[in-house]
Design a protein around this ligand. Structure first.
Ligand code: PBE
Length: 268
C-alpha cells in the first residue's frame, strides 16, 4: 500500500459479496492480473454490499464494489463499470438453467417449461425493483406474471399440467436470482400444478445439489466464465438447458462521481 495512491482513497478495499460466488473468484484473479498489490477483497453478502454502497453514496465517498447486471442498484444510483481491458470478467456472460440428469423423463412438463423459459434483463429488473421497493418476492413475482400473461402463456402453452408433484429448485440470495427463482416457482405452481420447494443456499451447494440429484434445477448458473469452475467439475452430472438470459455482466463498479474509468486506474 502506497501513500497518496488511488488505493488510499478506497482504503485499499473492494467491497465483495458471498465467498462462493463467481464474482469473488473473478475478482481475486483480477487482483493478480492487474497487479493490484495491497488491495483487500472484503467478503460479505449482496445485502451488505448494497448497504455499504448506499452509505458511501449518501456521503459521496469513494467506494468500489463487485457488481453485476441485471441489478436494481443501477436504477437507484448513478453507477459505472470500470473498464476491464484484460477481460478478467469475461466477455458475453449468460444466465443458464441447469437440471439434474433424468428430469426430462421424470418431470417432462417442468423440463419443457424450463427449456422454453428465457427473458430479458429489463423484465427481470421489473421484479427486482418491485422487491426493492418493499414487495415480498412472492408477490412481486405473481404481479409480474399477471402483467405479462403473454410471456407466461408462451412458456407454458400446450404443456400438460400435473397433480401436485414436488419439485426442488435451488438459488443463492443474489438479488437477480431471488427474482428469477420466485417467478419460476410461481409459474410452476400456479400454471403447471407443481408444489415447489425453493432452497436458498450458497453457490457451491446450489451446483452440487443439481449434480447429485437432490435438487431438480437452478436458473442461476452464470456462464461461460462466472461459474466456470462449478461447470467444469459437474458438467457430466447435470444437463445444461441453455441460457435463460443473455447480455448479463459482472465487474468492478463505482459511483459515477468517482473519477477513475478503468480497473488499471486502481493501480495509480
Ligand atoms: N453474481 C450474481 C453471481 C451470479 C449472479 C454475479 C453475484 C456470482 O458472482 O456468482
Amino acid at each position: 500500500q502506497r501513500e497518496n495512491s488511488v488505493g488510499t482513497l478506497f482504503n485499499y478495499n473492494i467491497i465483495g459479496i458471498d465467498p462462493g460466488s463467481g464474482i469473488m473468484k473473478s475478482t481475486a484473479l483480477a487482483l493478480q492480473d492487474y497487479k493490484l498489490e495491497g488491495w483487500n477483497l472484503i467478503e460479505g453478502s449482496s445485502a451488505a454490499m448494497t448497504a455499504a454502497l448506499d452509505k458511501a453514496i449518501r456521503k459521496e465517498e469513494p467506494i468500489v464494489i463487485t457488481g453485476w447486471t441485471p441489478h436494481w442498484m443501477f436504477n437507484k444510483h448513478d453507477l459505472k463499470y470500470l473498464e476491464d481491458p484484460l477481460k478478467a470478467y469475461g466477455d458475453a456472460e449468460e444466465i443458464h438453467t441447469i437440471a439434474r440428469l433424468g428430469l426430462a423423463e421424470d418431470q417432462p412438463s417442468a423440463y419443457e417449461f424450463l427449456k422454453r423459459f428465457h427473458w430479458t434483463s429489463d423484465e427481470m429488473g421489473e421484479i427486482m425493483t418491485s422487491i426493492q421497493s418493499g414487495e415480498t418476492p412472492n408477490k412481486a413475482a405473481a404481479q409480474w406474471a399477471e402483467a405479462h400473461k403473454d410471456h407466461v402463456d408462451e412458456w407454458t402453452k400446450g404443456i400438460p399440467t400435473v397433480a401436485g408433484q414436488s419439485l426442488i429448485l435451488s438459488y443463492v440470495a443474489w438479488d437477480s436470482e431471488i427474482a428469477s427463482s420466485h417467478l419460476l416457482q410461481y409459474i410452476l405452481e400456479q400454471k403447471l400444478g407443481y408444489k415447489v420447494t425453493a432452497l436458498q443456499v450458497e453457490a457451491g451447494p446450489m451446483w452440487t445439489g443439481v449434480a447429485n440429484g437432490d435438487v431438480d434445477f437452478t436458473a442461476a448458473a452464470w456462464l461461460p466464465l462466472t461459474h466456470a469452475d462449478y461447470l467444469d467439475k459437474y458438467s457430466s452430472q447435470l444437463e445444461d438447458l441453455g441460457p435463460n438470459m443473455t447480455g448479463v455482466k459482472t465487474g468492478l463498479v463505482v459511483p459515477a462521481y468517482v473519477d477513475i474509468e478503468s480497473i488499471e486506474d486502481l493501480n495509480k
